[in-house]
Design a protein around this ligand. Structure first.
Ligand code: AMP
Ligand code: MN
Ligand code: MN
Ligand code: MN
Length: 281
């Protein structure tokens, strides 16, 4: 089912992390798609925000400054969006600097494993694809595809990079509490990204949502670019039960993924208060 256009899209990536469009090109693509409020939420980086902000002004769009923070909770890796942040906030930048250093160390370890799996110079290849941005597993996946070792990104993850696969390197990212502190110190709203993607049973997810709200989280991503309406309904009910506001975002990375467009999102149920009510929208 084709997803309708939402003029609000609060989750997207640029070349500051694992998106393929630069921040200005991303904003232009969002404007062309009909999005009027866009959050740029790169992994553990705010480096694209200035350029995105300037482009948004030129297009008459509203850019919500954001970040997607890597968090370790129990034995799970979670993604927490900070939306409406002040990127200058020192506590936030100190925290992100630590995660960026961990990304560097992890990249070396992933590369050593991929070298063994038949991809020579994996680190140089991933760095070349990442340019000035953060090195992510997506860059290693793209390198595997470019070298003809994997047919597509999905297969590269399935065979090499997903949890439990040979090139997966377990990393202790930020604690949930500290990530939420950084977001709060930057004046932002903490939103749990794509809660359905963590492979948590219902009891664990409920415990997570409770811990998230207790630690100061304000919202939950109820609709993303891969959600179906039944899942949106289910997540909205959980958000409401835990006193969390609703959010939605495509998690756009690459126009080549033509099935996942900017702003192509099922709406939030009308009964769920949205996180953007906090910004008077
Ligand atoms: P990282 O934060 O470096 O571990 O990379 C995480 C990113 O990898 C996610 O944000 C996705 O963009 C991408 N990713 C994770 N799993 C998959 C998958 N199965 N297929 C495609 N991309 C994935
Ligand atoms: Mn990503
Ligand atoms: Mn994510
Ligand atoms: Mn994302």
């Amino acid at each position: 089912m084709k997803r309708p256009l939402s003029t609000i899209d609060l989750h997207s990536h640029s070349t500051a992390s694992d998106g393929t469009l630069g921040p200005a090109a991303l904003v232009a693509a969002a404007a062309a798609a009909g999005v009027t409020v866009l959050a740029l939420t790169d992994h553990d980086s705010t480096a694209g925000l200035d350029a995105a902000q300037a482009a948004a002004a030129a297009h008459g769009m509203r850019l919500v400054p954001g970040v997607e923070i890597s968090v370790s909770w129990e034995r799970h890796t979670l993604h927490v969006l900070g939306l409406g942040i002040d990127p200058q906030a020192p506590a936030l930048q100190r925290g992100l600097a630590r995660l960026q250093a961990q990304r560097e160390t992890r990249a070396e370890q992933i590369a050593a494993r991929l070298d063994k799996a038949g991809l020579p110079d994996a680190l140089a290849r991933a760095r070349a694809l990442a340019g000035a941005g953060q090195v992510t597993r997506t860059h290693f996946a793209r390198a595997l595809v470019a070298a003809g070792l994997s047919k597509n990104l999905k297969k590269a993850f399935q065979r090499h990079l997903s949890a439990g696969k040979p090139a997966y390197v377990k990393t202790a990212w930020a604690d949930l509490g500290e990530a939420l502190d950084w977001i709060r110190a930057a004046g932002g709203e903490a939103v749990l990204a794509h809660p359905a993607r963590y492979d948590l049973g219902p009891a664990t997810r409920s415990r997570l949502l409770e811990a998230f709200r207790q630690a100061g989280g304000t919202g939950m991503e109820v609709s993303c670019g891969s959600s179906e309406p039944a899942e949106v309904e289910q997540l909205a009910a959980e958000a409401q039960a835990h006193g969390l506001l609703g959010s939605l975002g495509s998690d756009f990375h690459d126009p080549a993924q033509h099935w996942l467009g900017l702003g192509r999102l099922h709406p939030l149920p009308a009964t769920l208060p949205p996180v953007w009510s906090r910004w008077g929208l």
